[in-house]
Design a protein around this ligand. Sequence first.
Ligand SMILES: [Zn+2]
Length: 352
Amino acid sequence: MNFRSVVLVTVVLYAGACGGSGGGSSPVAPTTPAPSTPATPTIWTVNGTITAWLKGGSVTNANVSIGNTASAWTGSNGAFTVQIDQPGTYPVTIEAPGFHTSNSEIEIKTQSAFTNLFRKVLPADTNYFDLNFYDHVFRTNGTTGTKRWTTTPAVEIWTKKMKCLVALGNLCLQYEVTATPTPIHFESLTRAVVNIDFPQLTGNVISGVNITTKSHPTGTILNFASELTSHTIYVAYMTRGSTSFGGASYAGTASTGGNVAGQITGSEIHLNSYFQADKVGTYRHELAHALGWNHPSVAAGSLTEYDSMPRRSVMERPGIISSWDKSHGAILYTRPAGSASPDTDPTGSSVQ
Ligand SMILES: [Zn+2]
């Protein structure tokens, strides 16, 4: 029996009940129709398109597997359709010739007969994507997942020079607020890097950053990296004070648990008088650290620490942002925080 015949039968039966009532009898209360609830699908369809990071364009002949049993190949327009017989959360694996294998997840909701799945895959062609570079800069030579901001951070520039009291190498661990204002170029270079370079380093994901200044009370004692969960990048200008502190330093933290693995939650950057107005590269370098950039994986302090990048990078001297920083930074910021080898999204992620 189809739906239309059910309706007709119902109407006929109802009319018959009314027609039989005689004058003077109590009216029969009309039957309240059952509330309409969407029918639960019996088959769930996933429609999607696979495209290429950086190269652009759709990916033909990609195999899209959802769970262990359902899979399909993309056509010439990169489109595919897969049918699933149970709702739920499934692993998604995409394999395509000339691309890194992509691993992620999809949630198919019980009431959704159709679910969209759009994914981008990373070219294996190193003219577009160099996994070695990506590993060095973002994944500690492939040993960890990526770290990045998942919301736009604020930037706070401290306007008084800080006198270092306790140093450990190029880290100043404790410092005192002096009465001396920082030089003009300290604030102007920091603002320029945040306004102009942050978008370039993050595929325009981090832009329009709110920059404020702060003047602490003179004599305040502060500890390095004491506010690393404040979703703020603090930028301080240090003097040597009573220590031999003489470098620039950076500290940042990324959560490894909680809601988002690999999420940067705060950072603090120290610059000093060595970095004059002509050292904008150092400002770029230190602020790039705050966005998720690392040094190449060689021994810290060795001569090659900054200068052995697989490709040109802001992480080598003199701190010029390269085309590789731009393209790979865009990948970093459009893939989930905590992404691992080479195109594996963290558990629970279904970013498109
Ligand atoms: Zn550095």
